[in-house]
Every structure is written in structure tokens, then in C-alpha cells.
Design a protein around this ligand. Structure first.
Ligand code: C2E
Ligand code: MG
Ligand code: MG
Ligand code: MG
Length: 285
């Protein structure tokens, strides 16, 4: 009897594993043609100055309009993109689409966002002639370099530090705004931070979402703000989900933020409504 049960569970395990492999293979196959099939979308999450509610920029976040599963957030597929070496291809699509959209906003809106920030992975950053590609895009869409922001995570900075540093210097040379994303979760040392040509530290949302209730999180955010001041950098908090976090960030001297409390990531047609109503969400504070 025991043998029978054991046999059963092996069969169950095999079926489970088999279906996981099939799901993964299907995901990979569909991802490989997703860009050429026009299935990728950009959503934009506004970033605000908490003091006056002014929109200080938007962050482009990729979504995949999956033919069967609907709109998928980046979290659901971005790691697979990297594993199957599509990050350079996706990165180029995202960068061009973000530039195209900002140029369109500038043509059609009296209040275009002041800049668009794009997330770039390590694989993209060190791909051949990345700086040249960015320069070409700025020219093609008539954008000033300061209107484009590039976000890299702390762990990206640590990978191939020499190649990354060279590319960042090239981007800085163009005048593009550079931000370290998810700051506080990686391993960058003060010595590295001192050398990196960055402008912005984006405070990871794990320190922000429960900020008002956690004295530990408050201490971490306070320390990051002081560190940024010492290096002449600006802080942007991510993951603001309630008015108490806004109040605490203002107390701590972090004046810029994104988060579901102000606005979720939105399709391009909707996002400018946020800019036309500056300060609306913040009046709730
Ligand atoms: P990230 O750059 O730190 O982006 C912020 C993520 O947090 C987004 O998830 C956003 O929807 C979510 N978020 C924003 N505000 C809040 C909030 O108040 N509460 C909570 N719980 N979440 C919030 P998303 O779009 O799923 O992106 C996840 C990550 O995937 C991004 O983290 C970024 O590292 C990466 N990613 C997104 N788009 C791209 C892209 O175009 N290229 C690359 N290489 N990576 C991307
Ligand atoms: Mg980001
Ligand atoms: Mg982030
Ligand atoms: Mg994050």
C-alpha cells in the first residue's frame, strides 16, 4: 500500500513539474515574438514634488499584453527576458517608445511631463554602443538630454562595474539624468557611490510603504536623505501608499515621491490628467 502511495505521489510530482516546464516554455516562446507582435506597452507612473503637488516626471514601466492572460506587469516576465537574453532588444524598444511618447506629449499638451525615466538592466546598459543609441534617439525625437532619465538598480551597478561605469560616464556626458533605483536594497559601497556620476537616489519602496508606523524604516530613510545631501543628490521615494508616508517624507526632507497613493502607473492617454490637476491627491493630507 505504501508503495502504491509512493508511486502516486511520484506521478503527481512529475505532472506538476511537466506542466511548469510547459508553462515556462510557452512563456519563452511567446516572449520571443512579443516585441515584433506589438504586444509590449508602456505605462507611466507620475512622480511628484510633495511640497506643491507638481509633477516632476514620469517613470515608464513596461507591460505585456499577453494574448491569453491579459495585461501583465513587469514583475511577471522581466526576469525571464533577462534569462533568455532579450533585455537589449526590449530595452531598445522601451527607450524608443518612451522618447516617442514624451515628444508626442510635448507636441500636444500644454503641460507635458518634465522628464521620462526609463529602467535599464545591466544587460542593456553594457550592450554595444548604448550611449550612441541614446544620443541617436534624443536627436530623432528632438529631446533635450535632461528630459531623459535612466534608472539602474544597485545590483546592476555592481555587475561589470568597469563597463557600467564607462557607460554611465558616457550618458552623463550627454547630459542624461541618472538614478540609482531600489536604493538601500543592494550593496553599493560609499566609495562606489562617490565615483558614480548619478543625480538621484530612489529609495526602495520596502522602506517607504510602512514608513509612518516603523521607526526602523524612518531611521533608514533619514540616513539615505542625509547621505544624498552629502553627495549632492536628490532623493525620490517610491511606494508611497498613504498620506502618513507623505507627511513623514516631508519631515525627513525627502520631497519627491511616487506611489499608489498619488497615482498608479497609467496608460499614456490618462497620465496627463494628473498633471492638469496638480496637488489634487496631496490635498487629502
Ligand atoms: P521599479 O523600477 O522599482 O518600479 C516600481 C514598481 O513598483 C512598479 O512595478 C510599480 O508598478 C510598483 N509600484 C509603484 N508604486 C507602488 C506602490 O505604491 N505600492 C506598490 N506595492 N507597488 C508600487 P512593475 O511595473 O511591476 O515593475 C517592477 C520592476 O520591473 C521595476 O521596479 C523595474 O525594476 C522592472 N521594470 C519595469 N519596467 C521595466 C523596463 O521597461 N525595463 C526594465 N529593464 N525593467 C523594468
Ligand atoms: Mg524604476
Ligand atoms: Mg524602484
Ligand atoms: Mg522596485
Amino acid at each position: 500500500e505504501a508503495k502504491e502511495r509512493g508511486g502516486d505521489s511520484v506521478v503527481v510530482f512529475n505532472d506538476d513539474l511537466r506542466s511548469k516546464i510547459l508553462v515556462r516554455a510557452d512563456l519563452e516562446l511567446r516572449l520571443r515574438s512579443a516585441i515584433s507582435n506589438n504586444e509590449m506597452r508602456l505605462y507611466f507612473q507620475p512622480e511628484f514634488d510633495l511640497r506643491d503637488g507638481r509633477m516632476t516626471g514620469v517613470e515608464a514601466l513596461v507591460r505585456w499584453q499577453h494574448p491569453e492572460r491579459g495585461l501583465l506587469a513587469a514583475e511577471a516576465f522581466i526576469s525571464v527576458i533577462e534569462e533568455i537574453n532579450l533585455s537589449a532588444e526590449l530595452g531598445r524598444w522601451v527607450l524608443e517608445e518612451a522618447c516617442r511618447q514624451l515628444a508626442a506629449w510635448k507636441r500636444t499638451s500644454p503641460v507635458p511631463p518634465p522628464l521620462v525615466r526609463v529602467n535599464i538592466s545591466a544587460g542593456e546598459l553594457i550592450s554595444a554602443d548604448f550611449v550612441g543609441f541614446v544620443a541617436t534617439l534624443l536627436g530623432r525625437y528632438g529631446l533635450a538630454p535632461a528630459e531623459l532619465g535612466i534608472e539602474i538598480t544597485e545590483s546592476t551597478v555592481m555587475r561589470d562595474i568597469d563597463d557600467v561605469q564607462a557607460t554611465l560616464n558616457g550618458l552623463r556626458g550627454l547630459g542624461v539624468t541618472l538614478a540609482i533605483d531600489d536604493f538601500g536594497t543592494g550593496y553599493s559601497s560609499l566609495a562606489q557611490l562617490k565615483q558614480l556620476p548619478v543625480d538621484i537616489l530612489k529609495i526602495d519602496r520596502s522602506f517607504v510603504s510602512a514608513l509612518a508606523e516603523s521607526s526602523g524604516d524612518r531611521a533608514i530613510v533619514a540616513a539615505i536623505v542625509r547621505l544624498a545631501e552629502a553627495f549632492n543628490l536628490t532623493t525620490v521615494a517610491e511606494g508611497v501608499e498613504d498620506p502618513a508616508a507623505v507627511t513623514t517624507l516631508l519631515d525627513l526632507g525627502c520631497y519627491r515621491a511616487q506611489g499608489f497613493f498619488m497615482s498608479k502607473p497609467l496608460p499614456a492617454q490618462v497620465v496627463l490628467e494628473q498633471a492638469r490637476n496638480p496637488g489634487v491627491p496631496l490635498r487629502m493630507v
